[in-house]
Design a protein around this ligand. Structure first.
Ligand SMILES: Nc1ncnc2c1ncn2[C@@H]1O[C@H](COP(=O)(O)OP(=O)(O)O)[C@@H](O)[C@H]1O
Ligand SMILES: O=P(O)(O)OC[C@H](O)CO
Length: 500
């Protein structure tokens, strides 16, 4: 009998393969970083073949390391960096160009034109998204415009578009299956989130031929089987979801009002809002949550923050005041408070809910008494303040209180950051035992469709608390700090000269 689920977690900087047993515990993990290409200041690209090689490599390695074969794997679940856009030739399987990564801003001017042409409202109503180069639509258009002959070939049905889930499923099935799951489709800016299908009006606005699109499927469903030679025998592919929606599910946030925040390079806060999409009035995104076959869709509000753990990397690599990310906690804890210092981590502008591409990183309140410890502490606080701003917007949009925040991601290991987050949010912050919730979500999706787990009750038992951070700071002090943060944020805004 199969004993494990194999989760493939294809992230922005690395590919990981994680084995989960029936108790939802991690049996083993293999990880490989891959190359980031920055061909220009506003461009970020990945080599799709390198993504594939690294992903299949870690999957094979983790099985071999544990003496397991294909017969031991009940199903594969896929979770992926979202929005990263790839177009390949259906006949040869060759990408026509490098994948354009979600962080790539080459289509910013095109997005500005589309907003000026008055498309913002219809796009937000249909997709829940704000027109931005973050999403796939303008990236596909860019490829069709800039790769010679691509538009004609796409119109002739010779080319396929996919996000990374589609690409991996295509490769795993030897080019037999061209699908995407609904959570990934909801990040393309081409799917109508009310109907769950590609939208003709949007395809026209963005100039994307329907012939190149994958079929949209639920997140938990058997899409097909792997080519036998990849693992020695075929394995079912039992589900896929974008990494943030996968983490929402992995955190068991299955009821409206339940929210999670992932503290990685950036932060992605998502809140389940149930079966009705809501258009945000606070500049949040409305997105699809994981969907099961034969069940109605459910939705989430999302706030994407571009720089979070990355500010810690900058303190390490840019300023050299720490040698490794985990050193920041002890340094920050060596002072009792921020000493009046505020760090606004707007190194790449501000994402939700402020959306200011021209904001820049700012350090305020320096005195002769300021030390690197104050800056370290203020940097961690800057992460938490941004998350609090997003959660305030969520409460307002969804009109429900947030009872607790579930957390994951690399920087969630930082106890000082988690305590400060609870203090300023005024709600408990809960860190689960399995911090790899993104992969766990994908494992759940595949485990449920393949019968490895029988129902959501099984998986509710799997989720367990590691630590709860209760708010302990006095409420007046928390309010005072947030007011000062807002003032610091105002000073960071609109700094970069427009057009530069
Ligand atoms: N103890 C820590 N305190 C604060 N930040 C940390 C800590 N450990 C890791 N980080 C930050 O977390 C990020 C890595 O988290 P991870 O979830 O692996 O990110 P991603 O999936 O975006 O690559 C890095 O930006 C790193 O600086
Ligand atoms: O790969 P990550 O963890 O940085 O996540 C990237 C997000 O999916 C982008 O929307």
């Amino acid at each position: 009998m199969s004993s494990v689920i194999l989760a493939m977690d294809q992230g922005t900087t690395s590919s990981r393969a994680i084995l989960f047993d029936r108790a939802g515990s991690i049996l083993g993990m293999s990880q490989q970083e891959f190359t980031q290409h920055f061909p220009d200041t506003d461009r970020v690209e990945h080599d799709a073949e390198e993504i594939w090689e690294s992903q299949i490599g870690v999957a094979r390695r983790v099985l071999a390391d544990h003496g397991l074969t294909a017969a031991d794997v009940a199903a594969i679940g896929i979770t992926n960096q979202r929005e990263t856009t790839l177009v390949w030739d259906r006949a040869t399987g060759q990408p026509i160009a490098p994948a354009i990564v979600w962080q790539d801003r080459r289509t910013a001017a095109k997005c500005e034109q589309l907003r000026q042409a008055g498309h913002a409202d219809v796009v937000q109503k249909k997709t829940g998204l704000l027109i931005d180069s973050y999403f796939c639509a303008t990236k596909i258009d860019w490829l069709l415009e800039n790769v010679p002959g691509a538009r004609q070939r796409a119109e002739a049905g010779e080319l396929a578009f996919g996000t990374i889930d589609s690409w991996l499923i295509w490769k795993l099935t030897g080019g037999r299956v061209h699908v995407t799951d609904v959570t990934n489709a909801s990040r393309t800016m081409l799917m109508n989130i009310h109907t769950g299908i590609w939208d003709t009006e949007l395809l026209k606005i963005f100039g994307v031929p329907t012939q190149m699109l994958p079929e949209i499927r639920p997140s938990s469903e058997v899409y097909g089987e792997t080519e036998p030679e990849l693992f020695g025998a075929a394995i079912k592919i039992g589900g896929a979801a974008g990494d943030q929606q996968s983490a929402l599910f992995g955190q068991n946030c299955t009821q409206p009002g339940m929210a999670k925040n992932t503290y990685g390079t950036g932060c992605f806060a998502l809140m389940n809002i149930g079966d009705q999409p809501r258009t945000s009035t606070c500049k949040l995104l409305t997105t699809m949550a994981c969907q099961f076959a034969d069940q109605p869709p459910s939705y989430a509000l999302e706030g994407s923050i571009f720089i979070a753990g990355a500010i810690v990397q900058w303190l390490r690599d840019g300023l050299g005041i720490i040698d490794s990310a985990d050193e920041i906690e002890a340094l920050a804890a060596s002072v009792p408070d921020n000493g009046g210092v505020y760090v606004v981590p707007a190194l790449a502008g501000l994402g939700a809910p402020h959306w200011d591409a021209y904001a820049r990183g700012t350090i305020l309140g320096l005195t002769r008494g300021t030390t690197k410890a104050h800056i370290a502490r203020a940097a961690l606080e800057g992460i938490a303040f941004q998350v609090a701003d997003v959660l305030d917007a969520m409460k307002q949009d969804a009109d429900v209180p947030i009872a607790e925040l579930r957390v994951d991601g690399g920087a969630a290991a930082n106890n000082l950051l988690m305590q400060f987050q609870a203090d300023i949010l005024r709600v408990p912050v809960i860190r689960p035992k399995v911090i790899e919730t993104t992969a766990l979500g994908a494992a759940y999706l595949a485990g449920l469709s393949s019968g490895f787990w029988t129902g959501c009750d099984d998986i509710a038992d799997v989720w367990q608390t590691d630590r709860v951070f209760e708010p302990t700071m006095n409420a007046d002090e928390a309010a005072r700090l947030r007011t000062r943060w807002s003032e610091a944020l105002d000073r960071s805004r609109d700094w970069e000269q427009h057009g530069s």
